[in-house]
Design a protein around this ligand. Structure first.
Ligand code: ASP
Ligand code: MG
Length: 413
């Protein structure tokens, strides 16, 4: 018997749900629910919001390193677990957090119910391990909220259109939260995490890095796509497409965090550059003997997140996250092309909505890296980003040099 017989998606999806005032979605990351004391603290925070009168949906991640441990466990049993079974296994972490939080909320004298992604009506496509949400059938959430219950939804998972349990990719609980906020018409989605917000750079590399008070969706998309780990990229896309304001803030304080929303007048006056992100490893592939159309179609079908693409005559150069190398390799082998890869490069990206209207940022970026003796191997730009692949061991230095050159520690946003 399959799990979906118990967790059937309601057959009739409600029409587009009307916005209901006072609905809030709170998402708590793995560190925030890392042990029983923290789960009780999160329960108090959720209960506090309910007591102030809101209809509350909380989306939780798995406790601490649970997801990593479950993945490792699978690999101790089998070298090549099937993605379907892996999803069945790793979706468990979030259920644990939600059930425990519901118990803690009950002990505070409030009503709460935990739901799996599937029970909550999160319907996805059939791509195991990296599923996309295609629909949120929020009827069951609405019913529980109408009964006055706090609803705890297991993040990171859904049920596919084939009735299998799927997961949404690492960090996917963010996307669960945003999708639910959009479906419920919640005005904003609070992302509670172990840092105070989104920073101008990784504070571990740049101690003078500053918390940003606001960002546009496009800036946050570029930040998330280029190494900022605070939000899953897809959650930002979802927020932008559905106009969900995001507030990234600390679980452990009441301080304001970083607001992410549409660009407006106020936003236009902010600093030219918002942040410097980095990845220490991003594989750069070089190949010949195939058309760009055929290559990138095959990579897209394998759900590879291609970043930089450069084509000069017959040669194609592209980059992709280091962890997606197995997928890329199998696509390239299948296509039978001659290829090579470099895995000694990382990437530094400078991001800011103000770049659109200020020339000279690229020149200053190159001059800064040049003065540090940092060779730039590949460059990619968008209207609000300049990204440079540099040797992995020089990534830290490059981030610090750019943060200083653009005075990100002092500029007020
Ligand atoms: N637990 C999952 C992960 O570690 C999903 C999440 O935390 O958002 O990636
Ligand atoms: Mg996360």
């Amino acid at each position: 018997m399959t799990a979906t017989e118990y967790e059937a998606v309601p057959a009739v999806a409600p029409a587009a749900s009307p916005a209901r005032a006072g609905t809030i979605v709170m998402k708590f990351g793995g560190t925030s629910v890392g042990d029983p004391d923290k789960i009780r603290a999160v329960a108090r925070r959720i209960a506090g919001a309910r007591e102030r009168g809101s209809r509350v949906v909380a989306v939780l991640s798995a406790m601490g390193q649970t997801t990593d441990e479950l993945v490792a466990l699978a690999h101790r049993v089998s070298a090549r677990p099937k993605p379907r079974e892996l999803d069945m296994l790793i979706s468990v972490g979030e259920r644990i957090s939600c059930a425990l939080a519901a118990m803690a909320i009950h002990d505070l004298g409030l009503e709460a119910i935990s739901l799996t992604g599937s029970q909550a009506g999160i319907v996805t496509d059939t791509v195991h391990g990296r599923a996309k949400i295609v629909d949120v059938r929020a009827r069951r959430i609405h019913e529980a909220l109408d009964r006055g219950q706090i609803v705890l939804v297991a993040g990171f998972q859904g049920v596919s259109t084939n009735y299998d349990i799927t997961t949404l990719g690492r960090g996917g609980s963010d996307t669960t939260a945003v999708a639910i906020a959009a479906a419920l018409g919640a005005e904003s989605c609070d992302i509670y995490t172990d840092v105070d917000g989104v920073f101008t750079a990784d504070p571990r590399l740049v101690p003078a890095a500053r918390k940003l008070t606001r960002l546009t969706y496009d800036e946050m998309l570029e930040l998330a796509a280029s190494g900022a780990r605070v939000l899953q990229l897809r959650s930002v896309e979802f927020a932008r497409n559905h106009h969900v304001t995001l507030h990234v803030r600390s679980t452990f304080t009441d301080a304001e965090g970083t607001w992410i929303r549409e660009e407006d007048e106020q936003m236009l006056e902010k600093a030219i550059i918002s942040g410097v992100t980095h990845t220490t490893e991003e594989t750069v592939y070089r190949l010949e003997g195939i058309s760009a159309a055929a290559l990138f179609t095959a990579l897209a079908e394998a759900s590879v997140n291609v970043d930089t693409i450069i084509q000069t005559s017959a040669e194609i150069v592209f980059s992709a996250p280091a962890e997606e190398r197995p997928e890329v390799e199998s696509v390239l082998e299948r296509l039978g092309v001659r290829w090579s890869a470099r895995d000694d490069l990382g990437k530094v990206s400078l991001i800011g909505a103000g770049m659109k209207s200020h020339p000279g940022i690229a020149a200053k970026t190159f001059a800064t890296l040049d003065a540090e003796g940092i060779p730039v191997q590949v460059v990619t730009t968008s209207p609000i980003k300049i990204a440079c692949h540099v040797p992995s061991e020089l990534v830290g230095r490059a981030v610090r040099a750019l943060h200083e050159a653009f005075e990100l520690e002092t500029v007020v946003d």
